[in-house]
Design a binder for this molecule. Structure first.
Ligand SMILES: *Cc1c(COP(=O)(O)O)cnc(C)c1O
Length: 425
């Protein structure tokens, strides 16, 4: 019998993978809690929640049960002209947990489409007003997804080099990390004065794919306020930061001014069914109302508001809002802070930062490419030792499921320490 890995290699094309040099894919047969098990019976601690999707670990009983229950009544119905209980209820729940100004909800399937919809809404809002504002403002090192619009807003070059001349008009400002706040604010003001900008899109407080780059809510609040005064819509891409990862339900919950649009996906359904939502203020929604059909938002996906996905999201959000979830998040945060403290004076570490359940450890090595040789060696070392971590260049980050056992998290820390000893001079 051929292994899953061998059969995979015959037919499958994997994301972000150079198949000529990549190791064979690891065949996973099942998951449980924060563990994944491969076809040879080896166990891995999923220390990045499978790309930030499963806050309650794998095979969460409540979410699984909600999905199975929904499948007994209605698996899918088109959302053009029809509606259903899970979508209506999910929108109602979202009004309770998102900032108060978020009043209208558009469903899609993944983070990139959630971003596309926000960008298109901002651009068309002004088009409908016969005021052309073609420019989008974004941060340096941003990541907003891989479809064309989202890729244009992103700036990690390895992802989009081949398409540079075909992307939407985006101008960038520095990320307001410590010491860069004023430069960022100044750049934003200049762009607003000189360009016709429709929107400013950002990953609030933490830039995930850039290697968990972190900045403070106060400066983001200032940037949003500047945009508000100039009629530039603000889009919080919370695809990574949403659902308690930064310590509060959303990163936007920590801001003094709410953004105009919010994008959610990863973790929305606890890693079960692909689903995304873009939320809007009434002001934006009203900009599409008209007796003229051509002013409508002509965007849709076949699986928009899939009932099974909505039921999964409802079950997931219900668990998320429990006090016990916040306690788990706080506990992980405390363990991360103590681990960060222990690394603070290590010569092998350039910078260590923590927000919520996220910790990022930047190694004291020369600048690395996104998929550098060092990064690949680190990745393999962790996999050999039964830990799933995907370092970004020279940065190792941990983003565990909230229900990870303390001893497992401590084992992950131990492996990070071993990696520092082994790979950093
Ligand atoms: C992952 C991610 C996306 C893209 O989501 P997909 O579901 O992979 O399309 C967009 N924005 C951010 C911040 C992300 O982390």
């Amino acid at each position: 019998m051929k292994s899953l890995a061998e059969r995979d290699a015959q037919l499958l094309w994997h994301p972000y993978t150079q198949h000529q040099t990549a190791d064979p894919a690891i065949g996973i047969t099942h998951g449980k809690g924060s563990y994944l098990f491969d076809e040879n019976g080896k166990r891995y601690i999923d220390a990045i929640s499978s790309w930030w999707t499963c806050p309650f670990g794998h095979r969460n009983k409540k979410v699984t049960k909600a999905i199975s229950k929904q499948l007994q009544t209605l698996e899918h119905v088109l959302f053009g002209g029809f509606t259903h209980q899970p979508a209506v209820e999910l929108a109602e729940v979202l009004t309770e947990i998102l900032p108060d100004n978020q009043r209208k909800f558009f469903f899609s399937d993944n983070g990139s489409t959630a971003v596309e919809i926000a960008l298109k809404a901002a651009l068309q809002f002004y088009f409908n007003k016969v005021e052309i504002r073609p420019t989008i403002i974004a941060f340096e090192d941003a990541y907003h997804g891989d479809t064309f619009g989202a890729m244009g807003a992103s700036s990690i070059s390895i992802f989009s080099e081949a398409f540079q001349s075909m992307l939407i008009d985006v101008v960038r400002i520095p990320v307001p990390v410590k010491g860069q706040e004023e430069a960022s604010e100044k750049a934003l003001k200049e762009i607003i004065a000189n360009k016709k900008a429709a929107a400013f899109i950002f990953e609030p407080l933490v830039q995930g794919a850039a290697g968990m780059v972190m900045y403070e809510p106060e400066i983001l609040t200032r940037l949003i306020a500047i945009c508000k005064n100039a009629g530039v819509f603000t889009i919080a891409d919370e695809v990574m930061t949403g659902f308690c990862k930064t310590g509060t339900l959303f990163a936007s919950s920590q801001l003094g001014v709410a953004p105009d649009m919010i994008c959610l996906s990863k973790a929305l359904t606890s890693g079960t069914i692909p689903l995304a939502v873009t939320s809007f203020t009434d002001e934006i929604y009203n900009g599409f109302l008209s007796p003229d059909k051509s002013k409508a938002l002509f965007h849709g996906h076949t699986f928009t508001a899939n009932p099974t996905g909505c039921a999964a999201a409802l079950a997931s959000i219900k668990q998320l809002r429990k006090k016990s979830t916040f306690k788990k998040v706080q506990k992980i945060n405390g363990l991360h802070l103590a681990f960060a403290e222990s690394l603070q004076h290590s010569k092998k570490v350039r910078n260590v930062r923590v927000k919520g359940v996220i910790i990022a450890i930047e190694l004291a090595v020369p600048p690395q490419d996104y998929y550098s040789d060092l990064r690949n060696r680190l990745y393999r070392f962790f996999i050999e030792n039964g830990v799933l971590l995907r370092p970004v260049g020279g940065t190792i980050y941990i983003l565990p499921p909230f229900n990870i056992k303390q001893k497992d998290l401590e084992y992950v820390y131990l492996m990070v320490e071993r990696a520092l000893d082994k790979f950093v001079d």
